[in-house]
Ligand binder design. Structure first.
Ligand SMILES: Cc1cc2nc3c(=O)[nH]c(=O)nc-3n(C[C@H](O)[C@H](O)[C@H](O)COP(=O)(O)OP(=O)(O)OC[C@H]3O[C@@H](n4cnc5c(N)ncnc54)[C@H](O)[C@@H]3O)c2cc1C
Length: 386
């Protein structure tokens, strides 16, 4: 029976373990961080991400830990309303959730299905031997043996470098992303709705959570942050970010001032890799195709990957063939998403007659559906069918 080792218990890792379990494949997870570590930002999961979870009967815990984004209003820097649209007409509403809560919900679901997760266990290296699978080594001195190593280890993935030592490093997108939870300030149109505000120096969006706090993010074109800048005290960031929105007649500066803890990061992406796998190791999620946070797709794409990979391993007996087929299925879609978020958005709204901006994701993105019962190959094993 195939045994799979997964490194990373963020989003792709536990989701892949859950999907493999449903496929009857044994998996265990090694995660570098402690179970209670905070993953910072909040995110939206779109219909395609929820669909992937539904395929493996794992959507409910995530729905329970999130709230629906019901409506979106867009404002210009003067505070003038540019658009007001309900969400969830063509596809189910996106769900808003913290990264930590999403990861925890998936890890708890994995634990409920009996999947072992080892925490504080950082992969340092791995080597494949013909006929003997992969031996992985960890910083605590332990080792693990498996038929397949799945690197669900994020944008700085060590497994990506093991597969392709010449793989490109993550690319800075030119955007600084900040986020926080304001105890005060004007609420959005309704609970769960997003108010999106163009500003003269950056873009600001927020939603009012069921607990009445305002969850906000800001995207500001800026040089790449040094680690010391990113770790500056909250008061420094409050001042700097509020100043960036001080000329705008939107609630941005007020909400920033009402926030005690602010997370700030530079945004990176990975447009393409030479290989996603080498026959016994593979990368999925951000490790393979990190997209700028402005796509709001990284987590959903990680969930799609996780389920699709389990289906390939379920249906195609030879592991290298299954990995090759998975990459064939997923690469174009994933790289198209990364491409859609490349470059820096102009914070100023489009004027009359300007070409439409990227913004409303087309149907190809949200309507992606995974049918768990469909086979990834015809029964004669020769022809891919999806
Ligand atoms: C500010 C911000 C906003 C975002 N907003 C959205 C959004 O709205 N919608 C959306 O879909 N996506 C969003 N994203 C992107 C999303 O968070 C990622 O795409 C998603 O987390 C990818 O999941 P993953 O499992 O591939 O990687 P991660 O979630 O990064 O998990 C990787 C895991 O691997 C572990 N790890 C790393 N190295 C090792 C090692 N050597 N050994 C063992 N474990 C290791 C890490 O500790 C981590 O737990 C946002 C990202 C950011 C930064």
């Amino acid at each position: 029976m195939t045994k799979v080792l997964i490194t990373g218990a963020g989003i792709a890792g536990p989701a892949a373990a859950i999907a493999l379990h449903k496929a009857g494949i044994r998996a265990e997870i090694a995660e570098a961080r402690a179970p209670e570590a905070d993953a910072g930002a909040f995110l939206t999961l779109t219909a395609n991400g929820i669909d992937a979870l539904q395929a493996v009967d794992a959507a409910q815990p995530v729905l329970d830990a999130s709230f629906p984004a019901t409506r979106m209003r867009v404002f210009d820097p003067e505070g003038k309303l540019l658009a007001d649209s309900p969400l969830g007409r063509d596809h189910p509403c996106p769900r808003t959730i913290t990264r930590t809560a999403l990861s925890q919900a998936l890890r708890q679901e994995a634990a409920r299905r009996g999947i072992p997760v080892r925490y504080a266990t950082r992969l340092t290296t791995a080597a494949a031997a013909p006929g003997r699978g992969v031996t992985a080594a960890f910083a605590d001195g332990s080792q693990a043996q498996a038929d397949l190593l799945i690197g669900a280890d994020g944008i700085r993935s060590p497994v990506r470098t093991l597969i392709s030592p010449a793989a490109p490093s993550p690319r800075y997108t030119g955007l600084m992303i900040a986020c926080g939870y304001a105890d005060d300030g004007p609420p959005a149109a309704e609970t769960g709705a997003y108010d999106m505000c163009y500003g003269t120096r950056g873009f600001f969006g927020y939603t009012t959570a069921p607990d009445t706090r305002n969850w906000w993010f800001a995207r500001i074109p800026a040089p790449e942050l040094t680690p010391a800048e990113a770790a500056a005290p909250p008061a420094t960031w409050r001042q700097r970010l509020a100043a960036a929105f001080s000329d705008d007649r939107t609630p941005a500066a007020t909400l920033i001032q009402a926030t005690s803890h602010i997370t700030v990061t530079s945004a990176y992406d990975i447009p393409t890799l030479p290989n996603w796998h080498n026959g016994s190791m593979i990368v999925i999620g951000d490790a393979a195709h990190a997209a700028s946070p402005s796509t709001t797709q990284g987590a959903s794409m990680a969930l799609e990957d996780s389920v699709a990979l389990a289906q390939c391993l379920r249906d195609i007996p030879a592991i290298p063939d299954a990995l090759g087929h998975f990459e064939h299925l997923r690469r174009d879609r994933a790289e198209r998403v990364v491409q859609s978020g490349a470059g820096v958005e102009n914070p100023v709204p489009p004027g009359p007659g300007s070409p439409p901006r990227r913004g409303n994701p087309p149907g190809w993105l949200y309507s992606h559906h995974i049918d768990w019962n469909s086979r990834t190959r015809d029964t004669d094993g020769s022809r891919p069918t999806c």
